[in-house]
Design a protein around this ligand. Structure first.
Ligand code: IPE
Ligand code: IPE
Ligand code: MG
Length: 246
């Protein structure tokens, strides 16, 4: 068993991203509707957010709804949007108590008006907090993000605001939804699926990947600490060799 004290404070991921997957299967295993899984996933979100903040992680990004998730049955999409509204409302206090500021990435303008309004409000009411930044990926797709960035850059070139020669990685970075976030250090995916599902493709270029079979509603503080332990035992070489590090 790991405790928070077992995690080395100096070797935390600056940016932790999580693909919270397996709500539907968790519910199915219990003979319940998929939406029951989503409801129970909310508790895992709260616990993860609190533990990450307590540990001193600077950035936590959660994949909550993908551009592809709009293709799910209407009842499920509606429930997810309603859950988003109620959770935001309920968690505002927790965010402020833990000095967490809320941020969102994705095509948030495609969210139902009520959800968008609540989201903007919580972002505004937590904007002074300078502890952890919690970013929700909502109606987020990495290919959509990159396409949007390319369009914006192309339009600047066309209008002679920038010349093509100066386009470099940092300019591309500055046109992504994540422009204010550092690269991802650790990416966790739950539920035993080994794929990225259109999440932060550019930003995970050198992230450490961690997969667990646990379904998202069962993801506890213990599982998070296990993932962090694994991360802290890895050697990140960024193309160099061991002997060149430090
Ligand atoms: C993740 O759980 C939550 C969202 C994608 C919104 P799923 O709903 O994908 O659950 P499974 O993968 O079908 O079990
Ligand atoms: C990825 O999960 C999106 C979120 C966790 C929000 P999915 O369950 O939608 O991924 P795929 O479609 O199975 O790859
Ligand atoms: Mg899934």
């Amino acid at each position: 068993m790991n405790t928070i004290e077992d995690i080395k404070k100096g070797r935390l991921p600056g940016h932790l991203a999580i693909i919270m997957d397996g709500n539907g299967r968790w519910a199915k295993e219990r003979g319940k509707l998929r939406v029951f899984g989503h409801q129970n996933g909310v508790e895992a979100v709260r616990q993860t957010v609190e533990t990450a903040a307590k540990l001193g992680i600077g950035h936590l990004t959660l994949y909550a709804f993908s551009t592809e998730n709009w293709k799910r049955p209407k009842l499920e999409v509606d429930t997810l949007m309603r859950l988003l509204v109620t959770s935001l409302r309920k968690e505002l206090k927790t965010l402020n108590e833990n000095n967490i500021s809320l941020n969102a990435i994705g095509r948030v303008d495609t969210l139902p008006e009520k959800a968008l309004k609540e989201l903007r409000e919580v972002i505004r009411k937590t904007s002074e907090n300078d502890g952890m930044t919690l970013t929700l990926a909502l109606s987020y797709g990495s290919r959509d993000e990159i396409t949007t960035a390319v369009k914006a850059i192309a339009s600047k070139v066309k209008n002679s605001i920038i010349s093509p020669e100066i386009i470099d990685e940092s300019i591309i970075n500055d046109h992504l939804y994540t422009r204010n976030l550092p690269d991802v250090d650790l990416l966790i995916r739950t539920s035993g699926e080994y794929r990225i599902s259109n999440f932060l493709l550019w930003q995970i270029a050198y992230a450490e990947l961690y997969f667990t079979d646990v379904f998202w509603p069962d993801f506890s503080e213990q599982h998070l600490l296990e993932a962090l332990k694994s991360y802290q035992n890895r050697e990140r070489r960024f193309g160099k060799i061991s002997e060149q590090l430090n």
